[in-house]
Design a protein around this ligand. Structure first.
Ligand code: NAD
Ligand code: TYD
Length: 351
């Protein structure tokens, strides 16, 4: 069995669903269910005996210790985090608590657990930490993409907190011999993406006739990775990654925000046409820029390609179309996430 943290969020839930579709091995899914955690993402595996959901925090040392002792997972995959840059600008405290203190407690509980196991178990155990390319800071337009030995230069409270967690993971390997793996990936997109992030926000604002906000001049570049490709990369690193190493994961899709938004509007114009041949592009509105906005991210994924033979299987064109189609086909998910009724349900369920 494996322990996944943050498995009710966007990437974690996609990982849980993909894993259970491919493996018989059970998952313990530890998620505290912040606003970004959504049990509806897991509805198709809710009655699957291979999926054990536990509501709780990675920062709860006693709970994590108890889970490790009772389930004895062969690996921990740490997705749990506060993940939204804009929220980190408005309120960094949660990011420090979850991303830094939470990761620290998870590492401590793992260290204690492993100390009580035999050599063979310790050797095969893995702690895989899911991180971001944002730890490397911002690239100039012509600079080479981020490789694994790029200097850390985080610019937002979010990326600084992720960078700190990466350093802790690294230190627990070097100091205590914890068998860790770290992945740093670029911007994900795909099904179940909470509509505070660019791509789902654009789709839903367009469909509901609201303005489509573009920060600054919209010429910031992100390297988009389809979430299912990210999940397959994580599986590959878990299976074959070298302990103590980090792997950058990217989709080879460097695009400006403006071109992503235009593409989304064009797909929506085709799949959900407006009356009288109007375009969703008319809803685009340039708004005040994000403070400290990183200009460009790009991943050099040569290491994971060369050493682990992993490549993304979606192009941006195929992945973005699947994503729009998913949002169009999942009105109920959208309605629950955006209306707040989902939050009320959780309060009732866990009162
Ligand atoms: P998300 O915000 O959608 O989900 C985060 C999940 O973690 C939620 O289910 C939330 O309830 C849970 N969580 C938060 N605090 C917790 C705690 N203390 N204990 C247990 N669970 C907790 O985030 P995501 O987009 O799925 O990102 C997952 C991971 O991938 C994060 O570590 C993030 O930094 C990293 N990452 C994300 C992207 C991206 O584009 N989304 C890119 C690179 C890296
Ligand atoms: P986001 O999805 O928040 O991811 P990140 O900040 O981690 O890259 O934003 C992606 C890009 O889109 C980023 O450059 C900020 C920009 N953006 C907008 O222009 N408008 C928006 O409303 C949002 C949410 C983001």
């Amino acid at each position: 069995m494996i322990l996944v943290t943050g498995g009710a969020g966007f990437i974690g839930a996609n990982f849980v669903l993909d894993w259970l579709a491919l493996h018989d091995e059970p998952i313990v899914n530890l998620d505290v269910l912040t606003y970004a955690g959504n049990l509806q993402n897991l509805s198709s595996v809710w009655n699957d005996p291979r999926h054990v959901f536990v509501k709780g925090s990675i920062a709860d040392y006693d709970l994590v210790e108890e889970l490790l002792r009772s389930h004895r997972p062969r690996a921990i995959l740490n997705f749990a985090a506060e993940s939204h840059v804009d929220r980190s600008i408005h309120g960094p405290e949660e990011f420090i608590q979850t991303n830094i203190v939470g990761t620290f407690r998870l590492l401590e509980a793992t260290r204690g657990f492993l100390a009580a196991q035999d050599e063979a178990f310790r050797k095969s155990f893995r702690f895989l930490h899911v991180s971001t390319d944002e730890v490397y800071g911002s690239l100039a337009p012509v600079e080479a993409a981020f490789s694994e030995d790029r200097k850390y230069e985080p610019n937002s409270p979010y990326s600084a907190s992720k960078a700190a967690s990466d350093h802790l993971v690294r230190a627990y390997h070097h100091t205590y011999g914890l068998p860790v793996l770290t992945t740093n990936c670029s911007n994900n997109y795909g099904p179940h993406h909470f509509p505070e992030k660019l791509i789902p926000l654009v789709i839903l604002n367009a469909l509901s006739g609201k303005q489509i906000p573009i920060y600054g001049d919209g010429m910031q570049v992100r390297d988009w990775l389809f979430v299912k490709d990210h999940c397959s990369a994580i599986q590959r690193v878990l299976e074959s990654g070298k302990v103590g190493e980090t792997y950058n994961v990217g989709g080879k899709n460097e695009l400006t925000n403006l071109s992503v938004v235009n593409t989304l509007c064009e797909i929506l114009d085709e799949l959900r046409p407006l009356p009288h041949g109007a375009s969703y592009k008319a809803q685009i509105s340039f708004v005040r820029d994000r403070p400290g906005h990183d200009r460009r991210y790009a991943i050099d994924a040569a290491k994971i390609e060369r050493e682990l033979d992993w490549r993304p299987s979606e192009t941006f064109d195929t992945g973005i179309r699947k994503t729009v189609e998913w949002y169009l086909a999942n009105d109920a998910w959208v309605e629950n996430v955006t209306s707040g009724s989902y939050r009320q349900w959780i309060d009732r369920q866990y009162r």
